[in-house]
Design a protein around this ligand. Sequence first.
Ligand code: TXA
Ligand code: MG
Length: 343
Amino acid sequence: MGTRRRRVSVIRSRSKPVKWDDLRMEFISECTADTISNAAQALKDGHLVAFPTETVYGLGADATNERAVSRIYSVKGRPSDHPLIVHISSTNKLEDWATEIPDYAIKLAREFWPGPMTLILPRTELAKDFITGGQNNVGLRVPAQPIALALLQKFEEFGGQGVAAPSANRFGAVSPTSAEAVINELGNHFEKNDLVLDGSRCLVGIESTIIDCTKFSPKVIRPGALTEEMIENFLGDNFLDNKNLSEIRASGILEKHYAPKTKIIIGQTAKPGTGFIALADYPTPPGAIRLIAPNNSYEFAQNLYQAFREADRMKLSAVSVVLPTGNGIETAIRDRIIKSSKH
Ligand code: TXA
Ligand code: MG
């Protein structure tokens, strides 16, 4: 108990206080053991709790409570047949939600959880149609962010079994990487007892790597910070199935997704007065507005969505983005930028 209290109480938001007077939900910027306990109780009571993860902010609900989960869909404006990821506190909970788990999936879970990885596995009875969108598979993740983990542990202490959490944005829009962005996305859709936990900026900045583990070999169906190379280095070469297209549906795999209102153009030129996003070594075209100049690909991922939001806030007509090269996290960055450019 002592350890947990100490661990949680040092988690304080470093983000600036923000004014959102007309908001109905409560905004918690100091995540102490008490606030996390209240948030876990709010989840148990069927309310929504937006919380930070290392990838992006999630909009959480008790994954066994159909009414609470249905509110996720209405707050996001998401079609009800799109499945949700269930967040659990440790690999030990895997078998509550998943069955027929291949050895490679157990290995991946032991190696990369907590972390930015979601495994798609055959579901148990616990994963109802309202979580899986009627599919026989369920998506599971153990996040690495300390507030998220503390919340999940507390929720489970209170008898909860898992927290369904999509990214805390309106359907098709850019995932939030700060509590402020969550409020801007969903503030008008929350209800009185819903909560937003502020854990400052997300470390990774783009959504988790999703791995389809329902077949003989695993297949990455959404690239993320956990790269194919890392998976192959761990499981062995040629282990990944990167030939056949997965039949599994994932909304992030729709052609257009993650899109800001501002038009995203891929390329090195930018007209004066339009936005520009590229690694620091690319000079800003004359008259263009530099939104970010990350020093490496990790910084690129971390700040990309914030830059998209900034473009919207500035009401820019367009933003030109230079795609990073490389087959690590760059694959995921390119995936998100290309999708956001499909208007
Ligand atoms: O990093 C993340 O994964 C974040 C944080 C909050 O954990 N969550 C997230 O959730 O990105 P969401 O719902 O915005 O994107 C999850 C994707 C969706 O495209 C969904 O369709 C897919 O995962 N997915 C979830 N469960 C699935 C399942 N059983 N089968 C196939 N796809 C699934
Ligand atoms: Mg999403």
